[in-house]
Structure formats: structure tokens, C-alpha cells
Design a protein around this ligand. Structure first.
Ligand code: OTD
Ligand code: ZN
Ligand code: ZN
Length: 344
């Protein structure tokens, strides 16, 4: 097959950032995705309905002319999130709330420290049909970084899903066989997103032959057996797994640094790289469901009407991109050849 047409896909996990940066990130996503779940980890984080609505306006204002792209908003749970905050979010059209364990990733310092105290908030979300999106890693210093996802399942996530059987939970950007198995063994209220980098790479791609800061993201890339398990579940076509790029830009100088930031800016190539992965797995027929059906169905939203076409054609991801403010960004897969291209 050298060409494939699918219903317009959505990105169920994305970081747009704010202000000037939106002029770069919004068009890059809107070029092929109809909707995206916008992560709330700004500084300060988006914690209320009012902040989410204002942020949504800034995103809409950064769309290219004629674009019908729709940002789907989330709020960031903190120790002081109340049931009233959840009600206000629901009324404002916010679709989900994000749980970051404090210190887990970029700008997550404000996040929840006491999960047990969140029970009334989770109950309100369950009642109103707001989804819980989870960054599933513990942050205790003594837990090895490669074990943090597995320990989070054991210590936290299994309790949350048991105590809230009607809460829809998305285990975001899963990286391990443990996470894939947990999702498969859980009820149909539990699903997961998978990024292009966790399908394409493993920790050798981060560390062998020199440290590769542009492959550094959180949760960190794992060993090859975990990567293989993620490939297996997407190959299986299970409806519990769907597309979430976790595209997360940082300026070049912040990544190429003695203490480099975590995040891969994949918006320029993500849909093409997923297509390449499905092609290499010989399951291009399952791409559409992963990219365009499973996520919408899980969120209880309509599938998109339009289509996009991808053609099997080589092109190179640019080595770097100039930001509106003058800084440079090195995109994910910079300088490398991608074998599929969005047509038109
Ligand atoms: N991971 N970087 C960021 C977020 C994600 O955990 C994530 O969702 C970021 O920079 O916001 C990253 O490596
Ligand atoms: Zn995360
Ligand atoms: Zn993310």
C-alpha cells in the first residue's frame, strides 16, 4: 500500500505552551488533527474553569486562517481542587482533569501530594462524567526512575480504579509492559495513550553512543522488551489504546544543557511516524481506529467527519525550527527521513 485515507485523527495528549509559542505549536497540530486534549501544565498551571476558557481563547486565536481545529481543555488537579471546581469545569466544557504526582514532570510542582484526599473530587468527576487523565509515575527519591510507572500502578492507580469503578481513566503515555497489561486487565473504563517515541525508541536510543537530549522525555524511554509490548498492543488493535503524541516543545538551549528539559516536540511528524510504525508492523488497516476512533469513542465524543490522506513518500524532518520569538527548537526526529507524508 502506498496511500492511505483515514477519518481525520485527534491528538489525545498534547502540550501547546502559551503566548508566542502558540503561533508555532497550534498550526503544527492543526495541520492534520481535528481536536487535541490540551495539557494544563503551564506556569502557573491551568487549575480552574476560568483559566481553561481563557487559555482556549488564546489557542483558538492562534489557529491558521480557515482552520476548524478544536482544542479540548483540561484542568490541573492540586491539593486544593474542590468539588465546586469540578462542577465549574464541567459547565465550561472542560472534558478532563489531569493528575500529576508532585514533581513528576515539567511544571508539576503544584501537583497533588495526597492522593487519598482526592476522593471527593474523583467522586464528583465520576458523577459528572469528567475523565481523569493520569501521569502514572511515583516521585519518591528512592524509587529508580525506570521503575516509577510500575510502582505507581501498584501503589496508586489500582486503588483509584477499584475505588471509582465508573470514573473513566486514561493512563497517559504508557511506557511499560506493566502499564499495557494493567490497562488490558482493567474494566472498559480504563484506557491509555501511546506516544510515537515510546513506540519507535527504547533507552538505547537515549544513551548508546552519546547522550541524546532530544530523545529525553518523561516517562523516560524504557528497555526494548517494554517497547515491544507497546508495539504488540497497538498491533492487536485493542480499543483501549489510542493516539496521544505528548508533543512537548522546549527551546534548543534548554534541551542541550547540563540539566536538559524533558519532552519531544513531535507535532511536525507525529501522524507520519505513527503511520510508519503501523506500516512496519503490517497493520496499516488498524491505523484509523487507533488514530481516529478509539479516543473519540472512549471520551464519548463523535468521530470526525473529514479525512486525511497519507502517501508513502520520503521527506526529512527539519534540523531545527525558528520560533516566533527568535529561539530555535529541535523537533523530534530532526534531520531524519520519514517514509510517510500527509498529502496536500
Ligand atoms: N513529558 N515533558 C513534558 C510533559 C510530558 O509527562 C508529560 O506529559 C513537558 O515538557 O511538558 C515530558 O517529557
Ligand atoms: Zn505526563
Ligand atoms: Zn504530556
Amino acid at each position: 500500500m502506498s496511500e492511505i485515507t483515514i477519518q481525520t485523527p485527534d491528538d489525545w495528549h498534547l502540550h501547546f505552551r502559551d503566548n508566542d509559542m502558540l503561533l508555532e505549536t497550534v498550526p503544527a497540530t492543526a495541520r492534520c488533527f481535528q481536536r487535541a486534549i490540551v495539557m494544563p501544565n503551564l506556569v502557573p498551571p491551568i487549575t480552574t474553569a476560568e483559566m481553561a476558557v481563557k487559555y482556549q481563547q488564546r489557542i483558538l486565536a492562534a489557529r491558521p486562517q480557515g482552520s476548524s481545529f478544536e482544542p479540548l481543555m483540561t484542568i490541573y488537579l492540586t491539593n486544593s481542587t474542590s468539588e465546586a471546581d469540578i462542577e465549574a469545569a464541567k459547565s465550561a466544557g472542560v472534558v478532563a482533569a489531569k493528575l500529576y504526582p508532585a514533581g513528576a514532570t515539567t511544571n508539576s510542582d503544584a501537583a497533588v501530594t495526597n492522593l487519598a484526599a482526592m476522593t471527593p473530587v474523583f467522586e464528583k468527576m465520576e458523577e459528572l462524567g469528567l475523565l481523569l487523565l493520569v501521569h502514572g509515575e511515583v516521585t519518591e527519591q528512592h524509587i529508580d526512575i525506570f521503575d516509577r510507572e510500575k510502582v505507581f500502578i501498584e501503589q496508586n492507580l489500582s486503588n483509584i480504579v477499584t475505588r471509582h469503578p465508573n470514573l473513566k481513566v486514561v493512563f497517559e503515555h504508557i511506557t511499560t509492559a506493566d502499564a499495557a497489561d494493567f490497562v488490558l486487565e482493567s474494566s472498559d473504563k480504563v484506557a491509555a495513550t501511546i506516544t510515537p517515541q515510546h513506540l519507535m525508541l527504547n533507552r538505547n536510543d537515549l544513551l548508546v553512543g552519546g547522550i541524546r537530549p532530544h530523545n529525553y522525555c518523561l516517562p523516560v524511554l524504557k528497555r526494548q522488551t517494554h517497547q515491544q509490548r507497546l508495539l504488540d498492543v497497538v498491533q492487536s488493535g485493542s480499543a483501549k489504546f489510542f493516539l496521544g503524541t505528548d508533543s512537548a516543545p522546549h527551546e534548543k538551549h534548554r534541551k542541550e544543557s547540563a540539566c536538559g528539559c524533558a519532552g519531544c516536540y513531535s507535532a511536525w511528524s507525529a501522524i507520519e511516524l505513527y503511520t510508519q510504525v503501523f506500516d512496519e508492523l503490517n497493520v496499516l488497516d488498524k491505523l484509523e481506529a487507533f488514530a481516529s476512533h478509539h479516543g473519540a469513542d472512549f471520551y464519548g465524543l463523535p468521530r470526525n467527519n473529514g479525512t486525511i490522506t497519507l502517501v508513502k513518500e520520503d521527506w526529512q524532518v527539519p534540523a531545527q525550527i525558528k520560533l516566533p520569538g527568535g529561539d530555535d527548537i529541535v523537533p523530534f526526529y530532526a534531520g531524519k527521513t520519514v517514509h510517510w507524508k500527509v498529502k496536500g
